[in-house]
Design a protein around this ligand. Sequence first.
Ligand SMILES: [Zn+2]
Length: 463
Amino acid sequence: MKIIVASFQCESNSKAKLHPQKHDFEYFKGEDIFKKLVVKEIFVENGFEVVPSIYAVALPSATVERDTYEYYKEQIMDTLRANPDAAGVYIFFHGSMEVEEIGSGELYLLKEIRKVVSKDCLISISLDAHANITDELCDYADIISGFKTVPHIDQKECQQRSANALVYCLKNGVKPYAYMQRVPFLLKNDTLQTAYEPLKGLIEETVALEKAPDVFTANLFLGHCWIDAPNTSASTVVCATSKPRAESIAKDLANKLWATRRDYKFLCEAELPEECVKRAIEGKEKRIFITDSGDNTTAGAEGDTTGILRLFLKEKTRKKTCVAGITDFDIVNDFWNKKEGEEVFLQQFDCVGKIKAHGEILGWTKEIIGRSLTIAFDNVDAVFTEYRSAFIEKGNFDKANVDLLGYEIVVVKLGYLFTELKPYADRELFALSDGASCVELARLNLKKIVRPMFPLDEFDFKA
Ligand SMILES: [Zn+2]
């Protein structure tokens, strides 16, 4: 029996401007996809023939344009069309891919797949915990498994759960049922962390539920508030051997998740940018980080806003400060040939700066993706990058040729600091800034989401 394997992922952000292009997807084809996916052994050991399709995964970006989507979708469909006798299909999605003209990219692909495969073919998928589940998803996917950790560290276990359930059902002739219950809230993503209560306990409950012989997966999906679409919200999804069982567990989990809606708080100081700058300048700690959360490049934003840099320029701080990773192709390009120490006039800031360092941008998969240019404005160094970047670890600063350890204040375009940066931060300030990844739902002005939606609306809900 054959199982087709693929992965196609991009987390979308409706407010972001940079649509992912074909070359933005990390791409593997055939056997090479198993450099990234861990399911092959499970299928092979259980006697299945594995048919690899493609792995195409991009960083969070603006919505996916139709032709980019079709380009990868058709490659997956080609594998399906060449193997219409497949007994199973396994796909690792994100779950929040929004495609222009189409809507949910995951749902559309599943519908296309169902037109090709036999009616008994089982489809098993894995999803990010921030997936926005569509109402119809469970009509097209038999087994759905989501990450149980935020920040995400269980991608492998999630794939294995989906694969093991698929193997079990195929070997035993079991038809699994998936049930989705929407939970009408959209909370600040950065306040939802699974290492802390109340999510910790709820996740433990899903793990306990999955130990029952008739439950394959029990999932909490927290939603992803940066897509303006009707399926944007939290939800619970349960896959079990019978529909009533899946439904009753999904509803029970949904009611429990809803009951926690007021219990999520930031894990560090979260303030408006002006207050963060003030606290950083006055702070006694050796090194203070500010995250510019509204322009979080790891959430799809461009990383091109200069609000916090401008606040520091105005304050004329004596503290050695670095604002890292401002996307500005023109600044890098126009001044690239200037030597270190040379003065340049930056019209947009109406001030003179000094070239401090030429460097490189370290990309998401540790490759070099372009040039960076650091310009000093007295005590404030701004690292400009010609393309979007994410300063998530010391290596990003090293490649840009700036000494992270030499700064007392560091500004990066993230939500929470990545674990790799935490050892360098004696204090962390979360700036509630505007931008494509603004965490304040009311400021996002979403038009297509279903209402009522907490916290925009106050209402009672029971699944
Ligand atoms: Zn996620």
